[in-house]
Design a protein around this ligand. Structure first.
Ligand code: MG
Length: 392
């Protein structure tokens, strides 16, 4: 059966990989809508190749520019901003929404898609980090499927097929450890955004590359896993695995450990999330275990990478704190990329912001958005204080 997709974040790293799969399997997928940000040159190519009915871009100027290059019939088919993302996420024709916008901006469109009865292929982990309880409740209420694209969660989802939930002992998320795995604290103060963006195994966007370098990405993934699989955070472990071949594992109570392995290419996880339970014969190099014999696993170093520990603490405390953690981290990562703060200060800004804001119960999505906004403002003032100190 052909699936009709709406793709949020079509010009990002995940979005481009999704469209590569659509291109390889034209009988399996059609594209109803594409939502992008500012890369309208690439969006234009995607529109010509995949013929969506509607698209969305960041703002009105970009919409006018795109419409004038596509022709007059597009005037009514280009939406803008968050409202535009939500319209693409809820298109009548689409049965599946791929949520691959970066950051907190993914929450509202994804929630709207669930409420409109769409199945979700989820790459935007912030949706679950910020509002996991609300989102999973909406998934149940609207009887939709939510399948993870995040490679670790996709691996766990696959490994969970080997046993019953009550027999799970723990789940183990693997982490590459990022480009600074072996750097000591003094060296970490010197690293540049360019070095941090240079991930050893995965080709990813800027935000997630920095998050991988601080291990905050893994912290966010712990919170994501807690909600997605309804597992207590105490039963979620993180292991550094520099080769990124074992994508994550589930340990059952009899001592059996089931993992999913593969080359580090997002198309495997994306293909599985899109076509489950069918498996697509994707054109990719095969994993050859005899050519990667030294698979290593280490415990993470919480001293050099304190963001991971903070994410665990925040996950345990719950309420609005995961949304605060996430909002503060987004602001801190931007500040690091703009060279306003140094690498270890990303984690310090997030920790300081979390300590300054109260934990509140999540009553509705409004509470979550308020916490996100408060975190951003607070993080900005922490960053200003840090940069004042640096120039003194
Ligand atoms: Mg991941």
């Amino acid at each position: 059966m052909t699936k009709i997709l709406s793709l949020l974040g079509s010009t990002g790293s995940i979005g481009r990989n999704v469209l590569e799969i659509v291109r390889q399997f034209p009988g399996h997928f059609k594209v109803a809508g594409l939502a992008a940000g500012t890369n309208i040159a690439l969006l234009r190519d995607q529109i010509e190749a995949f013929n969506p009915s509607f698209v969305s871009v960041a703002d009105d100027n970009l919409a006018r520019e795109l419409a004038s290059s596509l022709g007059v019939r597009w005037n009514e088919k280009i939406f803008t901003g968050q409202e535009g993302n939500i319209r693409v996420a809820t298109l009548k024709d689409a049965d599946t929404v791929v949520s691959a916008i970066v950051g907190a901006a993914g929450l509202m469109p994804t929630l709207a898609a669930i409420q409109a009865g769409k199945n979700i292929a989820l790459a935007n982990k912030e949706t679950l980090v910020m509002a996991g309880d609300l989102v999973m409740e909406a998934v149940q209420r609207h009887h939709v499927k939510l399948l993870p694209i995040d490679s670790e969660h996709n691996a766990i989802f696959q490994a969970l097929g080997a046993g019953r939930k009550k027999d799970i002992n723990k789940i183990i998320l693997t982490a590459s450890g990022g480009p600074f795995r072996d750097k000591d604290m003094t060296e970490l103060w010197q690293v540049t955004p360019e070095q941090a963006l240079n991930h050893p195994n995965w080709d990813m966007g800027k935000k997630i590359s920095i998050d991988s370098a601080t291990l905050m990405n893994k912290g966010l993934e712990v919170i994501e896993a807690r909600w997605l699989f309804d597992i207590p955070v105490e039963d979620i472990e993180v292991l550094i695995h520099p080769q990124s071949i074992v994508h994550s594992l589930v340990e059952y109570r009899d001592g059996s450990v089931i993992s999913q392995m593969g080359i580090p290419d997002m198309k495997i996880a994306i293909g599985y999330a899109l076509s489950y339970p069918e498996r697509l014969k994707i054109a990719l190099p095969r994993l050859k275990l005899n050519s990667c014999p030294n698979l290593q696993f280490f415990a993470p170093d919480f001293e050099r990478f304190p963001s991971l520990r903070l994410a665990y603490q925040v996950c345990r405390k719950g309420g609005t704190l995961p949304a605060v953690l996430n909002g503060a981290n987004e602001v801190a990562v931007e500040a690091f990329l703009a060279k306003r703060i140094r690498f270890p200060e990303i984690g310090l800004v997030v920790a300081e912001t979390v300590s300054r804001l109260p934990r509140e119960e999540v009553k509705d999505v409004g509470t979550v958005l308020d916490a996100d906004l408060a975190a951003r403002l607070q993080a900005e003032s922490v960053i200003e204080a840090f940069s004042m100190k640096a120039t003194q």
